[in-house]
Ligand binder design. Sequence first.
Ligand code: FES
Length: 154
Amino acid sequence: MKEQAETIDEILDRYPGEPRYLISLLQDIQAEHGYISREAMTLVCGHTGVPLSRAWAASTFYKSFSVEPRGEHTIKVCLGTACHLKGGTRLAEGLERELGVKSGCTTKDLRFSLDTVNCLGACALAPVVVLDEEYLPNTNSKKVKQSIKRLDAE
Ligand code: FES
């Protein structure tokens, strides 16, 4: 595995050192590292000339960016109207208890990040949970916990 600083240097080399490339650089770092570290942000600001405060504001505004390390697996619980009416909130609360973290957080062992989302566009399948890229339609706590245990055993 490459040192993180080397990889960030490689990402910086992909774009000219101009402010308009801030978001592209952050997207690439997010994709390769799973989050944007303070060190990475400082390097991006040095490269683009964007003030650190503006870069942090951008990285916290867009939900696709994370400034904290993320888990190996991501669990998204839909709390849109259809899923909420079919028990989405209970599912999220049960997962918080099971994993020992609040929504929006990552387990200490960095295995799982738990998030809630507003609508996954699959309302007819409510309640919906997404484990990594796998949709669990018409799901319940038991099915989600079984899927998590399966992932955890991999
Ligand atoms: S409300 Fe959950 S998928 Fe739309």
